[in-house]
Design a protein around this ligand. Structure first.
Ligand SMILES: [Zn+2]
Length: 439
């Protein structure tokens, strides 16, 4: 009897282990979404507000200023789960540009390692900035006293709350991909923390499969008088089928799949006009990056003493964190995107045997979670994919009598649990300028 019990128990263990080594099903993504807690978000925002300012040059005092805030974020990540590898990502900087003194730039990082081995590692990096900045009550920017109040609750404790709450929730599950949750410093004085970390990761030879910046995700009352708690904006750098643009389309598709009443509004532009965000340095390193944020901004609150918890909408902020969670969990659970170029970098798109069809080929992905591939196409003028077909576990597919001249084509990998990768789009090869010698 005892043996039988042991056998049943070990069988159950095997089932449990089998479950943890597979990517998570969409039902678990729904569990993650449900687990994001409005109360936790509120408590995190209150705590971050209590440091009074998080200006990069603020004083180092107990319970006050940026250093105390960094320590608290580190502690919060650490106490969330032993599975998170938490560390400070420090850079010692001499005076330069907008920095008028020696300063330690300190990003706070929590890494949730994926189950894939290092040679197959895929990384998604979700980030926000924890430094703050505010004009003084006389409307002047601080030049000498960096301890002036700068609560920065919406900008960008709202994003940091998302990181802390997502790190806690996600660490209850196992994913194929590795997830970086990064609270950047120095955003307000020139995207410094993100610029330095992007360069460091590049130097270390890392590849980042997607960067999601969350910066101001909790305000619903625009300074223009509009109130909008439905839309969330996604900014992405072009051109039309850049990897950032694909990530933005993915964010829209997945976000609206899990939240049909939300509107994920893609803005086909790197950021707000003339502005920048922490995704930008990663995009400049060649990685896909998007900025997700509220629908309407309020400049009478932004970078002022009025950026307080009272001026935030907690329901909207929490819903936005849940939307981002559905996107990140889908990305981290899906197989990798298929490669669609030859070794020489040419798009594997041809005209087929009859010369008038669209013949798509791709490099098969290596994943024990793969069910097959989906082919997508749309008119060159259409912003979003218009047609899709699941084609099974093959590495080529021909759309008969569809010309490759008038449509954009793409292919994604689909996991056994239904999670789908970003779409790899076949882009037109650039032509280089020719020169001729004249007699
Ligand atoms: Zn910001």
């Amino acid at each position: 009897m005892k043996n039988k019990l042991a056998l049943i128990l070990s069988f159950c263990m095997v089932i449990l282990l089998m479950q943890t080594v597979h990517a998570i099903p969409p039902t678990d993504i729904e569990n993650i979404i449900r687990d994001i807690s409005k109360d936790n978000v509120e408590n995190i925002l209150k705590k971050l507000e209590s440091f009074q300012t998080r200006h990069v040059f603020s004083s180092d005092k107990e319970g006050f200023g940026i250093k105390a805030a960094a320590d608290w974020i580190h502690e919060k990540f650490t106490s969330s789960s032993p599975k998170l590898k938490v560390f400070f990502d420090d850079y010692e900087l001499p005076p330069q540009r907008r920095i008028n003194r020696d300063v330690t730039m300190r990003n706070v990082v929590a890494v949730l390692s994926g189950r894939l081995s290092s040679d197959q590692e895929r990384i998604f990096l979700v980030n926000a900035h924890y430094d703050s900045y505010a004009r003084k009550t006389d409307d002047l920017f601080p030049k000498d006293n960096y301890d002036n109040p700068a609560a920065g609750v919406n900008d960008d404790s709202s994003g940091v709350a998302a990181l802390i709450e997502m790190a806690r929730t996600f660490s209850r599950f196992e994913f194929d991909a590795t997830l970086y949750f990064v609270a950047f410093t120095g955003e307000e004085v020139g995207l410094i923390g993100s610029t330095l970390m992007a360069a460091r990761l590049k130097e270390e030879g890392k590849t980042i499969d997607g960067v999601i910046t969350l910066d101001m995700i909790g305000n619903i009352e625009g300074g223009n008088g509009f109130i909008d708690n439905k839309r969330m904006r996604v900014f992405s750098a072009g051109p039309a089928d850049s990897s950032s643009r694909q990530l933005a389309r993915y964010a829209k598709r997945i976000g609206e799949k899990y939240f049909p009443s939300a509107e994920i509004d893609c803005i086909f532009r790197a950021d707000r006009f003339g502005r920048g965000g922490d995704h930008t340095p990663f995009v400049l390193e060649g990685w896909p990056g998007i900025r997700m944020m509220e629908a309407n901004e309020n400049y009478s609150r932004q970078h002022t003493v009025n950026d307080t918890l009272d001026n935030m909408d907690l329901d909207y902020c929490t819903r936005n964190i849940r939307i981002v969670s559905s996107i990140l969990a889908s990305l981290a659970s899906a197989p990798p995107s298929p490669g669609i170029t030859s070794e020489r970098g040419r798009a594997l798109l041809g005209r087929g045997k009859d010369s008038y069809s669209a013949q798509l080929r791709w490099n098969p992905v290596s994943s024990d979670n793969l069910a097959g591939y989906k082919v997508y196409w749309r008119k060159t003028t259409a912003p979003f994919w218009e047609n899709e077909v699941f084609v099974g576990n093959v590495s080529e597919y021909t759309l008969e009598k569809v010309t490759i001249d008038e449509s954009v084509f793409g292919v994604s990998s689909v996991g056994k649990d239904g999670n789908e990768s970003q779409i790899s789009a076949y882009t037109m090869p650039p032509r280089s300028k020719s020169t001729y010698t004249i007699k």
